[in-house]
Write a protein that binds this ligand. Structure first.
Ligand code: FMN
Length: 324
């Protein structure tokens, strides 16, 4: 049986939301090991990828997979159906189980090109992009949308219906407008309204920070699953916590030494993926997230940010674990 989006819903748990600069293969693997039922890659520009002929270094990093990862979607962004279709045809064999389309990115350099969340303002054009991708690939296609462009144009239910009618197999909703960026509260009512508007699975997103939040979002909105972004940064254990909450149980929080050990493992995986130099830079933010709130964390962070070699970083993590 080929992979289907509904397969993602067989296991109890939550998915890892796409985050540029964060949800690479290493992060996806660690989250999967802690119970993330699926994950989505960092966003890849369809047009950029087609133009570079796939030789762009950043694109290679985004496309990397690690053995042991769970099901994952490759997220594309773009506003031109022809580039989306061409990228999908060339990327079909890249090892991802499905494609996801980004209609949520609020960054001006993306929306300025009419891409990401700017597409929410043009539902017809957005539908054409979804349709082009669906027709270009045998893999299932999902979409990720926002509540709308701003508080005066909350059109997620309408856009979700356009996506469904264009062949999308699931809709993920980040319940904030583009205007809100990542601030303010996500309005979960929007997720409930999207759920009422479509019959494909709906993945709720925005402000899920613990197991109880995930249960509450599912109960209040009727969404089929939740996806977690920021709460997974430095905290892959959020997924075991959510899975446990769904079974009516409680998962123990990680101990300080588990946190430091996870940071070291994350670092090893990053090194395997990108080599030492890039891994050291890439890990600075992850290490800061892993040790957040721990004793002496800010001093430790400063130290890590001055280091340039793997040996130094791993030794510092070892010392920190012993002190902790
Ligand atoms: C650093 C960062 C990068 C992100 N990159 C993407 C992205 O590439 N594609 C996307 O659809 N959403 C992206 N998002 C949005 C998240 O997927 C998610 O919708 C948002 O953070 C709200 O969920 P949360 O409250 O669980 O974090 C990003 C968010 C953050 C914080």
């Amino acid at each position: 049986m080929p992979f289907q989006i509904t397969d993602l819903l067989n296991a109890r748990g939550a998915g890892l939301a796409p985050m540029a600069g964060v949800t690479d293969a290493a992060m996806r693997l660690l989250c999967h090991e802690q119970g993330a039922t699926w994950a989505v890659s960092e966003m890849l520009s369809a047009k950029g990828w087609v133009f570079s002929g796939g030789r762009n270094r950043n694109a290679q990093d985004i496309l990397a997979r690690l053995p042991g990862e769970g099901p994952a979607g490759l997220q594309l962004f773009g506003s031109e159906p022809a580039y989306i279709a061409e990228a999908a045809r060339r990327l079909e064999g890249s090892g991802f189980q499905f494609f996801d389309l980004n209609f949520g990115c609020p960054a001006p350099k993306i929306t300025g090109n009419g891409e990401g969340s700017a597409m929410m303002r043009e539902p017809k054009k957005l539908g054409a992009v979804v349709k082009a991708l669906v027709e270009a690939t045998p893999l299932p296609v999902t979409v990720k949308i926002r509540a709308g462009w701003d508080s005066h144009s909350v059109n997620a239910p309408e856009v979700a219906k356009v996506c469904e009618d264009s062949g999308a197999k699931a809709v993920a909703v980040h319940a904030r407008t583009r205007e809100q960026q990542y601030a303010g509260k996500a309005d979960w009512n929007v997720i409930r309204d999207v759920k009422r508007a479509v019959s494909v699975p709906v993945f709720g997103n925005g402000d899920v920070r613990c197991g109880a939040d995930a249960l509450r979002m599912m109960e209040e909105t009727g969404c089929d699953a939740v996806i977690v972004g920021r709460a997974a940064q430095g905290n892959p254990w959020i997924f075991r916590e959510i899975a446990a909450a769904m079974r009516g149980e409680e998962a123990p929080p990680p101990t300080p030494s588990e946190r430091v050990a996870m940071a070291a493992r994350h670092f090893e995986l990053e090194r395997q993926l990108y080599g030492e130099k890039l891994a050291v830079l890439q890990m600075r933010k992850h290490i800061a997230w892993y040790v957040h709130g721990m004793k002496g964390a800010s001093r430790f962070r400063e130290r890590i940010n001055q280091m340039n070699s793997a040996a130094e970083v791993l030794a510092a993590l070892g010392d920190y674990a012993e002190e902790g």
